[in-house]
Write a protein that binds this ligand. Structure first.
Ligand code: NAI
Length: 358
């Protein structure tokens, strides 16, 4: 069987650190095992354009493994060339880089390692909320520059205690964020999702569902996005919605870059409508050098907490999603069913409620 994996290049760092399993150097730790079973294993980071390894090898691969961190975009056009493909495995969480409708039409199952990095992301969200609210990044930059001017930082630094935090999406990550925020004595937690959380789970994190998104964001000091990217969420946070945010609110997005309109977010930050924006996901990855989110700042020259896409790829997370990828392949080779919670597309239809399955 031919197995193709599109992963990111780790370089010398990945040779020094074998726990960087999600790289082309360390290959999810699968090479020896796959080859011992007689499978062919192609691993590459080349994913863009018709002469990429992705375009070349997808034509006859039976299994493709991709990762959200260096997304091999499995577009309809590309899937049309994939004559043998039966299963697309996402080593991580979030399969929006796969055209799910096209995969369903072609009977290609899409399976991801659900839950593998949700705690990693939730921790990053909490960190990002704190670094924005407390104005941490410019404070550190000031120290690294050799300066010391407390007033410049403190004029825009607040406590998280007493603030209202809302999440768009209260699934595995969104709920974990609320759990982790509860001991901070925030004023209230709001959420916008398709359905109510069970009453005991709501109570445990002091959460209240708001059915209208504009109404929710208008009440929040901090908004965090924790929903998948699909047609219902693409561009959801646009210029119109941003007008409904409280002036000077903070927005944290570790879900997917394309859920936000990049230029609208930049304009909102530069006008002070948003006091801060942080996250690790971009509408194109790797983000181009001139991406507006790299340099954007609020009127006080702060409020940018962007990083490359790494919140869900800590070494702990890599161990879990590499093991989960192997478990999915073991199920496939043995003809066993995949775990229901890992299944995004199955048997010609979208099976995951988070991606809109009824
Ligand atoms: P989940 O499936 O447990 O939760 C997602 C929640 O979003 C569900 O409750 C669903 O009902 C809700 N939702 C879907 N569409 C919505 C909409 N239009 N409005 C409001 N809520 C909506 O997924 P999980 O594990 O919490 O992950 C969420 C997303 O986070 C992933 O799909 C992925 O895009 C992103 N992610 C990012 C990572 C990173 O490294 N930055 C790593 C892991 C996930």
């Amino acid at each position: 069987m031919k197995v193709l994996a599109i992963l990111y290049r780790g370089g010398d760092v990945a040779k020094q650190e074998p726990r960087l399993l999600g790289t082309i150097e360390n290959q999810l730790g699968l090479r020896q095992w796959l080859e011992s079973q007689g499978h062919e294993y192609i691993v590459s980071d080349s994913k863009e354009g018709p002469s990429s390894d992705l375009a070349k090898h997808i034509k006859d691969a039976e299994i493709v493994i991709t990762t959200p961190f260096h997304p091999g975009y499995l577009t309809r056009d590309l899937l049309n060339t994939a004559k043998n493909l039966k299963i697309a495995v996402t080593a991580g969480v979030g399969s929006d880089h796969v055209d799910l409708d096209a995969a369903a039409e072609k009977n290609i199952d899409v399976i991801e390692v659900t839950g593998s990095n949700v705690t990693s992301v939730a921790e990053h969200v909490v960190m990002s909320i704190l670094l924005l609210v407390r104005n941490f990044v410019p404070a550190h930059e000031q120290i690294a520059r050799g300066d010391w001017q407390v007033s410049e930082i403190a004029r825009n630094a607040f406590d998280l205690e007493g603030k209202v935090v809302g999440t768009i999406g209260a699934g595995r990550i969104g709920y974990r964020v609320l759990e982790r925020l509860t001991p901070f004595d925030t004023k209230e937690h709001l959420y916008f999702d398709f359905a109510n959380l069970p009453a005991d789970r709501e109570k445990a994190v002091r959460a209240r569902r708001v059915e209208d998104l504009k109404e929710m964001v208008s009440q929040c000091d901090v908004v965090t996005i924790n929903a998948p990217l699909h047609e219902g969420t693409r561009g959801l946070v646009n210029a119109d919605l941003l007008k409904h945010f409280k002036k000077g609110a903070y927005l944290v997005n570790t879900a997917r870059g394309a859920i936000c309109d990049a230029e609208a977010v930049k304009a909102a930050l530069e006008s002070g409508q948003l006091a801060g924006y942080a996250g690790d996901v971009w509408n194109v990855q790797p983000a181009p050098r001139d991406h507006p989110w790299r340099q954007m700042k609020n009127p006080l020259g702060a409020g940018n907490g962007m990083t490359p896409h790494y919140s869900g790829t800590t070494l702990d997370a890599q161990r879990r999603y590499a093991a989960g990828t192997r478990a999915i392949l073991e199920n496939y080779f043995a003809g066993r069913p995949q775990k229901a919670e890992d299944t995004i597309v199955k048997g010609g239809r979208i099976a995951s409620k988070a991606y809109g399955a009824k």
